[in-house]
Ligand binder design. Structure first.
Ligand SMILES: Cc1ncc(COP(=O)(O)O)c(C=O)c1O
Length: 384
């Protein structure tokens, strides 16, 4: 059977993995070597130096390219280095459009670092695709999509944005970290390039930082491959191995994450200490129908506005026992965090308020623990 025809979860377990002709190992061997010796000055066995390529990293890259429906992938040492690599598709003088409520680190890269390199970025409220059309200038070359957005879970209509991009030959890049390819496959919706922080759901166990760039066009694949080698952005063989191990359980993990998140979102929606819940799985979410159309599931990130002053919010966040007060998301353990001083501290206060993040906003990453225990933990913490 052609691997492309196998079910998603089968590909999670097998693509890139089954190749140890030496000993028939059932898992991918780790090749912790910086260099590979040549048979003669013209002949290698496919690898010469680990910055340029490594069999363990390549196994992960084949796997992720398959899961996202791309033609190639490069696995990087962080999500930010995947973003850096993807941004090398642009050059001085180019203009990009991005959503205004995106991950704080991405915002910092686009707002603070790119202008120094002569690339200008306009941030728009991307929930309305017409805002993107209105922001296009003669120099516009690309659109950065993050959906659902971090932390407010706004949904961007991927097909509407890629249709606008195609009219003007713009490159579209989607950050698919929040849903993983299990719940959303942007390339199938017309996006050119997908990036991930593999730190999150793809690895799933909070023991790696990593990233990936998946391409769907040969010219982008070639450029990203060159950039990751030339800039030295590739991940270590050991980290690649850990992510590949994590990916094998992606489907079952995402199912439990989402089931737990649905129950917790419903509980929070009724809770007297919660003013507002941002979760696309709730029918009251303004883009619930769009989420149903372009996603296969709603994921397990929930944000909400607590009903109380800042001191109450901070007290509550420090009181949970199971929900760890920590940045990051997508691991098997539940986390919650305070965007103002944690994940979105790299945005200015003004940019945070413009994006809709308030001093009462908190974000939860729902893990795969037994859901009643999680609900008890949250209810106790919210009573402080
Ligand atoms: C949506 C999103 N994209 C990118 C990143 C950056 O990834 P990393 O921390 O692995 O560099 C993060 C990190 O939190 C994120 O949440």
């Amino acid at each position: 059977m052609n691997p492309r025809e196998q079910h998603f979860q089968t590909r999670c377990v097998h693509v890139g993995v089954d190749k140890d002709p030496a000993y028939n190992s059932a898992t991918t061997p780790i090749y912790p070597t910086s260099t590979f010796y040549w048979d003669d000055p013209e002949t290698t066995k496919g690898y010469d130096y680990t910055r340029s390529g490594n069999p363990t990293r390549r196994a992960l890259e084949e796997n992720l390219a398959s899961l996202e429906g791309g033609i190639d992938c490069r696995a990087t040492c962080t999500g930010m280095s995947a973003i850096l690599a993807a941004l090398q598709l642009f050059k001085t003088g180019d203009h990009l459009i991005a959503g205004h409520d995106i991950y704080g680190g991405t915002y910092r890269m686009l707002a603070d670092m790119l202008p120094d390199l002569g690339v200008e970025v306009t941030f728009v409220e991307m929930g309305n695709p017409e805002n993107v059309r209105a922001a296009i200038k003669p120099e516009t070359k690309g659109i950065w999509i993050e959906t659902p957005s971090n932390p407010l879970m706004n949904i961007v209509d991927i097909e509407a944005i890629t249709a606008i991009a195609k009219e003007r030959d713009l490159i579209t890049i989607a950050d698919n970290t929040f849903l993983s390819p299990y719940f959303q496959r942007p390339i199938e919706l017309g996006v050119d390039v997908v990036m991930h922080s593999t730190t999150k759901y793809l690895n799933g166990h909070s023991d790696v930082v990593g990233g990936a760039v998946v391409t769907s066009k040969p010219e982008h694949a070639e450029r990203i491959g060159k950039v990751v080698n030339a800039m030295g952005l590739g991940c270590s063989p050991f980290d690649a191995w850990l992510v590949l191990r994590g990916v094998k359980t992606l489907g079952p993990r995402m199912e439990v994450h989402e089931r737990n998140a649905g129950a917790i979102a419903a509980m929070l929606d009724e809770h007297p200490k919660v003013k507002k819940v941002y979760y696309p799985g709730l029918p009251s979410h303004p883009q619930h129908e769009l989420a149903k159309k372009q996603q296969r599931g709603f994921g397990a990130i929930i944000s909400c506005e607590l009903d109380g002053d800042v001191a109450y919010v901070k007290r509550a966040l420090s009181s949970a026992k199971l929900f760890l007060l920590a940045e990051s998301l997508g691991g098997v353990e539940s986390l919650w965090e305070y965007p103002d001083t944690m994940t979105h501290a790299s945005m200015t206060e003004r940019a945070r308020r413009a994006a809709g993040i308030t001093p009462q906003t908190i974000r939860l990453s729902v893990g795969i623990e037994y859901v009643d225990d999680l609900i008890d933990d949250l209810c106790t913490a919210l009573e402080v």
